[in-house]
Design a protein around this ligand. Sequence first.
Ligand code: FEO
Length: 163
Amino acid sequence: MLSKTVLNALNEQIQKEYYSSYLYLAMSAYCEANNLPGSARWMRIQSQEELSHAMKLFDCVSDRGGRVVLKAIAQPPTEYKSALDVFKKVLEHEKFVTASIHKLYALSVKENDYASQIVLQWFVTEQVEEEKNATQIVEQLKTVGDSKTSIMLLDRHLAKRGA
Ligand code: FEO
């Protein structure tokens, strides 16, 4: 049985994962409109991945007899300065999500909720990967600087991301 505090925190995390999906879809739209088709595809896949994160938590709640309560999702920003700006904001957002997952994990430890800890361990590992990927792209974009040709080549490389 889920405690009320863990249940509430899981429902909040579901909302954060949906917001992540919405945010990355907005970034995809920006990239699409700014001649960055590879980045747009990368963001679209990322957006889909966030939906699967939300559903993993959805199942974690409902499998244990908890009630999923979906919360309102805020409008994400629509404008960015550049490809570098977009990916810097991805990294910033992933760091925020990591902190939230860690807080949730700490709560499940405090509440002796072993089943939630197992599910959340997957998220802890996933966040390491998410931050690593975003950091790599930010560093690559910093390296190429303002070179339009290099940005285009990097964008083509991002288009190769598998689902
Ligand atoms: Fe669901 Fe990108 O963290």
